[in-house]
Write a protein of this length. Structure first.
Length: 118
């Protein structure tokens, strides 16, 4: 990996973490149960949920770059997400997928609240 590629990978990680933190704030403000972060769920695969409430079998995936050609909207990334979400479903997980717009509007935290209440 070139230095430029390493730098871009670090920048992408920082953007992803920033978006995830922007969801963690309202989760805490609404006094919802604290989620675990980066929870692996399908060993030996390295798949992990951004947020998970294992006791509720509820997870939340934060998809960034939805309007800028990010990984989740391109062919290979979308196909990999389908595989991950299908395996999660088969294992009994309910997965809420959200974008930055859902976080900003409050829809994401409302879906999580409803998922925890279900």
């Amino acid at each position: 990996m070139t230095p430029a590629e390493v730098l871009e990978k670090e920048r992408a990680r920082a953007r992803r973490e920033s978006l995830e933190l922007s969801l963690l704030r309202p989760i805490r403000a609404h006094r919802l149960p604290e989620p675990l972060r980066q929870v692996r769920f399908a060993t030996p695969r390295r798949w992990a949920f951004d947020f998970a409430w294992p006791e509720f079998m509820l997870a939340c995936e934060v998809d960034g770059g939805t309007w800028s050609g990010g990984r989740h909207t391109r062919g290979a990334g979308y196909a990999a997400d389908c595989e991950k979400m299908n395996e999660a479903l088969i294992l009994g997980w309910r997965v809420i997928r959200v974008t930055g717009a859902h976080i900003k509007s409050g829809a994401a935290v409302e879906w999580i609240r409803r998922g925890l209440d279900a």
